[in-house]
Write a new protein. Structure first.
Length: 293
């Protein structure tokens, strides 16, 4: 049985941990509200712009459709969006597992040939895949420290230019989509080349589009902007999902600390009672020894 001092030290340590987890839960709750408002406002715009993007990509054009160029998937770029910090449950590990699963199921041959590259948005992804000698590209590990559309646009420009230069034949996003505080949905989405609408390709090819201004001007301006918005939406989704996951994890940690405190206090009282009983027995035994002498 542990000593009273040991149990008391564990109680003090657990109380301190409980206070920290409770404070982290409150901070994440405050951040979650702002992040949830941002992604809620962004989603309708991003979804509508994505529909326009798919329709335009399905239309015929005389210009250079580099964003819609279908090439053999020999060189793959996986954009893995995680967090900069831990203590958010399985939020980051789910991203790692999904990236590994995508590589094993879809791009095993390319990976064995060294043609699978990971672009990390979030420090945890860079740390994980860096230790596994995986091909890493880009430096966007601390993007969440100053999250804005402009900063995400730099990452999108880098990805689009790499695809246009032929460095990669396919680009896919792996991220957590925010559903609610307790639920995050892993998403794997093709970023480039643009995926045309599956049930509208034939219809779109028969529509006589009227472009104002000219078609090339619209495509050269709208398509890159739409791709930037899609990446920004994925980052905002991941940011909100991270705070939701951390809030849930800290809430459970606080509850677990409370349960542990109950057990420790019960152990402390039992140990104290046993020590008092032992002292009483020693006193009684000493008194009986004095009487017999």
């Amino acid at each position: 049985m542990p000593s009273l001092k040991e149990v008391k030290n564990r109680i003090t340590s657990t109380i301190s941990t409980q206070q920290i987890t409770k404070a982290m839960k409150m901070v994440s709750a405050a951040k979650l509200r702002r992040a949830q408002d941002r992604i809620t406002q962004m989603r309708p715009f991003a979804q509508k712009l994505n529909a326009i993007l798919q329709n335009l990509s399905a239309a015929q054009t005389d210009g250079e459709n580099w964003y819609n160029e279908q090439r053999p998937a020999n060189k793959i770029l996986l954009v893995a969006i995680s967090s900069d910090r831990g203590l958010c449950g399985s939020f980051n590990s789910n991203v790692f597992k999904t990236v590994n699963r995508v590589i094993e199921e879809k791009y095993a041959t390319q990976f064995n040939n060294g043609n699978v590259t990971v672009l990390s948005i979030g420090k945890k992804t860079a740390d994980y895949f860096g230790k596994r000698k995986c091909n890493l590209i880009g430096d966007y590990t601390l993007l969440f420290s100053s999250l804005s559309y402009d900063n995400v646009s730099h990452a999108a420009d880098f990805i689009m230019q790499a695809f246009r230069d032929g460095k990669f034949d396919r680009v896919e996003l792996v991220y957590n989509e925010f559903k609610n505080v307790a639920t995050q949905i892993l998403r794997v989405e093709q970023f480039l080349p643009i995926v045309p609408p599956t049930n509208q390709i034939d219809a779109a090819s028969q529509i006589d589009y009227i472009f104002q201004p000219e078609q090339d001007t619209i495509l050269s301006g709208l398509i890159p902007k739409s791709l930037k918005v899609q990446l920004y939406k994925a980052v905002l989704d991941s940011n909100a999902a991270e705070h939701g996951a951390r809030m849930t994890a800290m809430d459970k940690a606080t509850d677990n600390a409370g349960e542990l405190l109950k057990q420790l206090r019960l152990t402390y009282n039992r140990t104290r009672q046993a020590a008092i009983t032992k002292e009483i027995l020693e006193i009684v035994g000493g008194a009986e020894a004095l009487k017999s002498s």
